[in-house]
Design a protein around this ligand. Structure first.
Ligand code: PEP
Ligand code: MN
Length: 357
């Protein structure tokens, strides 16, 4: 897929914003009434491109609500016709695909727990072969970009061309303000490798709580992501799944209206951008030259250490470097977390130079 030639017919899906796709709807289809009331309110906002609802729910433990399955597909199919809105569900097994297609579901998404498993993905890709279905691939639960790309490639190899990625954050064992860490560098890298692949962001599953969804949605837009998938429910507090992270259609409407959506085409002050980018190019080259010089000196010291039987790694020296550089970083207004990571990378490369002499 490195040379993925396709361009998804994105405009087909984005009726309301030229540059942004909005998918919304409940985490789970709980009843026909819940689904219809939510869908009606969402459609009334005039901002909805696709209605989502989970009908098979991947629950962590058994005996929890696992979705209404085929019955819910009937509700979705009726609402689709009544309200003239495309609909999307999560599929995790070939049987789900068969049923979803039978009921005319327009878009299928692959959940994070499925993307981690190449056997499951291959089975789904095989089931889709020969269809022209639109498939959204959520990132795997843990931050491994290769698995995400691998899943996209399996669908691509099965002839699926209407592909999109959904960034829903990554599990972290550390306590965090997020339910799933955004780790924006991963979707940014995915976009670098596949510039034509649309990436939607799912702030609901990133945040796990209502009050931070707007900020993450804005971040997604600032980073040039192509759309949003946000969970909504006509009575969020009563939701059977993900109650804490669903918005009312009204709050979703307000949120979307308040977003600043940046234009994808840079036709503004191109002179200013070009000039400033030249400065950045120059600085980056200087940084690389400085790094090369530093590594060269490190190598000289390495030879000296080798000749005098001194260990490569000197903990006192390293502690001094960290303390001193972080202080300088603070003086210069460089973020400590970033600088520390950078210093660790440089230190690692230096040790490698000295041990590979
Ligand atoms: C969902 O969209 O409701 C869902 C289960 O998402 P994820 O696979 O991202 O956890
Ligand atoms: Mn959910």
């Amino acid at each position: 897929m490195e040379s993925m030639p396709h361009i998804l017919d994105f405009d087909q899906w984005t009726h309301h914003h030229k540059d942004m796709m909005l998918i919304s709807g409940p985490c789970s289809a709980e009843s026909e009434e819940q689904l219809r009331a939510t869908a009606q309110a969402l459609v009334a906002t005039g901002k909805l491109d696709v209605l989502r609802a989970g009908v098979w729910k991947p629950r962590t433990r058994p005996h929890a609500f696992e979705g209404h399955g085929e019955k819910a597909l009937q509700w979705l199919s009726a609402i689709k016709k009544e309200m003239q809105i495309p609909v999307a569900v999560e599929v995790a097994q070939p049987k789900h695909i068969e049923l979803a297609l039978q009921y005319g579901i327009d878009m299928l998404w692959i959940g994070a727990r499925t993307t981690v498993n190449p056997f499951s993905i291959q089975a789904l890709a095989d089931a889709l072969e020969g269809t022209q279905t639109t498939v959204l691939v959520k990132n795997p639960t843990h931050p491994e970009i290769g698995l995400w790309i691998g899943a996209l490639e399996r669908f691509y190899a099965a002839g699926i061309r209407q592909l999109m990625a959904v960034h829903r954050g990554f599990h972290s064992y550390r306590p965090s303000a997020y339910r799933n860490m955004p780790l924006w560098e991963i979707p940014i890298e995915l976009k670098r490798r596949f510039p034509k692949l649309p990436i939607l962001v799912d702030p609901s599953h990133i945040c796990g709580r209502r009050d931070t969804i707007a900020a993450v949605a804005q971040q997604a837009m600032d980073l040039g992501m192509d759309g949003l998938m946000i969970e909504s429910h006509y009575q969020p507090h009563t939701a059977l799944t993900d109650a804490k992270q669903q918005l009312t259609p009204k709050d979703l409407d307000t949120l979307i209206s308040s977003l600043k959506i940046r234009r994808h085409q840079l036709d503004l002050d191109t002179d200013y951008l070009a000039q400033t980018r030249l400065q950045i190019d120059k600085l980056d080259n200087e940084l690389i030259q400085l790094l090369a010089q530093r590594l060269k000196i490190v190598e000289d010291i390495g030879r000296y250490k080798q000749a005098h039987n001194i260990p490569v790694y000197q903990v006192d020296r390293w502690r001094h470097i960290i303390k001193n550089r972080l202080q300088e970083g603070k003086n210069q207004g460089v973020e400590e977390e970033f600088l520390l990571k950078l210093l660790q990378l440089i230190h690692k490369a230096s040790i490698q130079r000295q041990t590979n002499l």
